[in-house]
Write a protein that binds this ligand. Structure first.
Ligand code: ZN
Length: 160
């Protein structure tokens, strides 16, 4: 069968940026198994997967607007060092969960000064072109319980 809304698809994949750095990969792990068409994937990848069947392989380069969006410089901010725990060793690259106007978001520390910490509230992959190398390994019908829960059960899915 083909990948269509409410199908369960399993894929092997490698995700790289334009410099060839591996951002994510299923290598050495179970394939990624997901319920298709329920908004769990970035739009650019979902569009490429639709209609594919087990055994199909493809490469696609996805622009930020079809992935994690463009970067917004106004989401960079200088936060007083005093807002972080006094005993925390704040280093660039550290990520924190913060509550903001749009709910919970991940912020990344990009610089540390004596009194301030520069943070970036953009998604780490905002503004990044994503290069996917994908192989579809399995496509099956979702069962009624999976459809009700909106996610996959069994290998690669929820274990309840
Ligand atoms: Zn469930």
């Amino acid at each position: 069968m083909q990948i269509t809304k409410n199908a369960v698809a399993s894929i092997e994949y490698e995700l790289t940026d334009d410099e060839g750095n591996v951002i994510d990969s299923s290598k050495g792990r179970e394939p990624l198994t997901f319920l298709f068409g329920v908004g769990g994937l970035i739009p650019g990848l979902e569009a490429e997967l639709e209609g594919k069947a087990a055994g199909d392989a493809f490469k696609v380069r996805i622009a930020p607007e079809d992935a994690y969006g463009e970067r917004h410089e106004e989401m960079m901010a200088d936060v007083p060092r005093s807002q972080f725990p006094a005993d925390a060793d704040i280093q660039p690259g550290m990520q924190f969960q913060a509550s903001g106007p749009q709910g919970s978001q991940v912020i990344t520390v990009v610089g540390v000064e004596a009194d301030t910490v520069r943070v970036d509230g953009n998604h780490p992959l905002a503004g990044v072109h994503l290069n996917f190398d994908v192989k579809v390994v399995d496509v099956r019908e979702a069962n009624a319980e999976e459809l009700e829960h909106g996610h996959v059960h069994g290998p690669g899915g929820h274990g309840h």
